[in-house]
Design a protein around this ligand. Structure first.
Ligand SMILES: [Mg+2]
Length: 188
């Protein structure tokens, strides 16, 4: 459901100036507030409807072996990858470093990744799973899952949900540029 937002102070002043400039008329505070409210919510509603009709695909992210190499250093092109991923996908942690709270994953990564990456980490949401990672996946929405290793139990859960092809296996050892390759592939 759409929830209208209140116009910030600046937008009310902006509305007054715009009407004065274009129509030579001075709006009262009440009129300017209503005009700014309608204007803002009209466009906000369009964005809301568009998002609802075209929901972003979910991207579930493992950390070790995906964002960090097995040696614990950042994967190549990590900032570019995170920037692209968090602006084009609805991103979720799917890692042993997150159990229902994104803070643990954030704190694990924050000292290891370049400072430029931090703003993007904040956009990744938590998941909760117990035995197998796909327990944390919402199978009702489309997704990709990036991991360096899936156990038989993980694969079985994917199969049961007709989602085996959603797993993208990351192998930074054989292709250190795999994250960048993914971005290029997704950009097409
Ligand atoms: Mg891993």
């Amino acid at each position: 459901m759409y929830h209208p937002i209140q116009p910030p102070e600046g937008s009310i002043e902006w509305m007054k100036e715009m009407v004065k400039k274009n129509e030579g008329r001075k709006l009262t505070d009440q009129e300017a507030h209503e005009a700014a409210y309608n204007y803002l919510n009209f466009f906000n509603m369009l964005i809301y409807l568009d998002k609802k009709q075209h929901p972003m695909k979910r991207l579930y992210l493992d950390i070790d072996g995906v964002l960090l190499t097995k040696q614990g250093v950042p994967a190549l092109h990590i900032v570019e990858f995170l920037k692209f991923a968090t602006s084009n996908f609805d991103c979720y942690w799917l890692t042993t470093h997150c159990d229902g709270d994104a803070t643990t994953a954030f704190l694990y990564l924050v000292g290891k990744l370049p400072p430029d990456a931090v703003q993007f980490l904040e956009k990744v949401k938590p998941t909760k799973w117990k035995l197998w990672k796909p327990e944390g996946i919402d199978f009702s929405s489309d997704f990709f899952w990036l991991d360096d290793y899936a156990f038989d139990g993980d694969r079985k859960l994917l199969e049961e949900n007709q989602a085996s092809e959603k797993l993208i296996t990351i192998d930074l050892q054989s292709n250190p540029n795999q994250l960048l390759d993914l971005v290029s592939q997704w950009q097409k």
